[in-house]
Design a protein around this ligand. Sequence first.
Ligand code: TXA
Ligand code: MG
Length: 349
Amino acid sequence: MEKILNLLNIANTAIPKEKKLITTSLAKATWYLKKGDPVAIPTETVYGLAANIYDENAVKKIFEIKKRPAFNPLIVHVASIDSMKEVAVNIPPIAYTLAEKFWPGPLTLILEKKSTILDCITAGKKTVAVRMPNHKMTLELIKRVGFPLAAPSANPFGSISPTSAQHVANYFKKELNVVLDGGECEKGIESTIVGFENGKVILYRLGVISKEMIEFVVGEVELLNIDDNQPKAPGMLLKHYAPKTKMIMSEHPFKRANDMLGSKIGLLIFGNEKFTDSRYTVKNLSENGDVAEAAKNLYAHMHLLDEMGLELIIAQKFPDAGIGKSINDRLSRACWSEMNYTSTNIFSE
Ligand code: TXA
Ligand code: MG
């Protein structure tokens, strides 16, 4: 019914004249979303590939475009704290406490889903992931269309997440009509995901908001056991966020590069140590060693290095606390060799 009303609604509106894929036109984004086509949207974390949560065909198109397995559920994006009630039931008070503290912002809450939420969004689970992003354009878009938006990150499944409209266009210029350009993502890595089980707060995915920041608000939180064979959040899959170029992690990337005698090596580093060896392509995530700045630059620099035809990227490991821990998590998953990845090097090294 909703779909028919939407179609009738847009039948009265002219097709937007704007022809460019990358656009700032909210009218164009609104038109395509109401028609049932996915649209790429900016958020403060990474770009998302969005569709009307009540339009099953549109949501299924997201999975097709991304080649995302159907077992991997999507995050529902809302424009207010109050809208949690539109998608979830039995919301625990602690969820409101967290939303009031961090929304709009990079925190996703896993809640008991309302019966109106499509199974294809939640991958058949009884829970739904919800977040209110901190991006003016997207909040305005959600208000204009009048429905929440289901949106995973706007990258092919398993590859580097996009932090600019151009990154999305590079991936999906054939598949999409609209990439809504909201500039470079301010935070640069995905939201932190938390759920609630038996009165406890569980951390499912490390992200922009650190474990310490969550604990400051709600007390001690439990980490998901990532050795589970059935990962609860497929962002936890071993190989994810990965460049095409082979990548490894090291505490001493220059030394590692020297030991390898390789030619086409890229180094992804941070901090102000100066190295003059011109054999390597060096990208510095933050010369000041500022982890927030490093997170913001992480995927953009990975995209750049990945386009240079290198044989190997060596990424410097961050001090394992706060956002540094989240960056290490993404770097570990981007590494090709699963030898580099153990549950301990992610969470407790
Ligand atoms: O910052 C972000 O979270 C970005 C922007 C676009 O909002 N979105 C994003 O979406 O990273 P995606 O699809 O790449 O990652 C969403 C994660 C997946 O790992 C998925 O498994 C998990 O959220 N997820 C979604 N619903 C879930 C549920 N009901 N229970 C457990 N995990 C869930
Ligand atoms: Mg993703």
